[in-house]
Design a protein around this ligand. Structure first.
Ligand code: SF4
Ligand code: SF4
Length: 219
């Protein structure tokens, strides 16, 4: 999932300065899982903005994700009456969602209510761990299913570095050295040869933005 935080309320008011009639956007995907753009958070935002002098005309809640353009367009059509009256849109979802809105409804401004942080897991409610940096060429087959790019503070491939101590990263005592984790798991899998591989300088072109992908539907 895309992990994100709500921006501070001060920052949100600053962005909306000069815009009075607002429509909120949220979704049942990452936005809801991150507690930034689910139904409850849309209601909280409506209360907050109303107390601060804004008129919230309503909200658009997309089942799935606002990143799904077809689902978003369908919801927009259903809420056309409030969309047309709005001065601006506040998007309680990831940066992709805000950009989708800006493209689909270019005549009005869409503002991001969140900061998108990383791709991660959710071991517990309100708790997320970074797990993927979308490098464009996954190497988990060689690293025992543990990502050094997202989980090593230096993102190094020929780890561990000299700062690894007792299984901990030199960054801080709470962070596990991911290369120690990779070593331990490869050992269990009897694949330690993988760690003795010397990686060439990585070709980062697959990670170069902007990227477009066209999937071929399966038969
Ligand atoms: S190797 Fe790349 S694609 Fe695979 S989990 Fe790590 S960052 Fe993501
Ligand atoms: S101690 Fe381990 S996780 Fe930390 S920077 Fe070095 S190799 Fe990466």
């Amino acid at each position: 999932m895309i992990v994100m935080n709500l921006k501070s309320k001060e920052k949100i008011l600053e962005m909306l300065d000069g815009y009075n009639r607002i429509v909120l956007f949220g979704d049942s995907g990452c936005a809801q899982l991150c507690d930034v753009g689910g139904i409850l958070q849309l209601e909280d935002m409506e209360d907050f903005l109303t107390k601060n002098g804004k008129e919230v005309l309503g909200s658009v809640f997309v089942e799935g994700g606002i990143c799904d353009e077809r689902a978003l367009k369908k919801e927009i059509e259903e809420k056309r009456a409030i969309i047309d009256k709005a001065d601006a849109f506040l998007v309680q979802a990831c940066g992709v969602a805000t950009q989708n809105l800006s493209e689909i409804l270019p005549e009005k401004e869409s503002f991001p209510a969140t900061d998108s942080k990383f791709l991660g897991t959710m071991p517990e409610r309100f708790y997320h761990k970074e797990r993927c940096a979308m490098c464009g060429e996954c190497i988990l087959d060689l690293t025992a299913g543990i990502c050094p790019i997202a989980r090593c503070s230096k993102g190094i491939l020929n780890g561990p570095c000299g700062g690894s101590m007792d299984g901990r990263c030199e960054r801080d005592a709470d962070t596990e050295c991911v290369w120690q984790l990779i070593f331990d798991r490869l050992k269990k899998l009897d694949k330690l040869d993988n760690i003795s591989r010397i990686w060439e300088i990585r070709d980062w072109r697959p990670a170069q933005s902007p990227r477009n992908i066209i999937h071929t539907p399966s038969e």
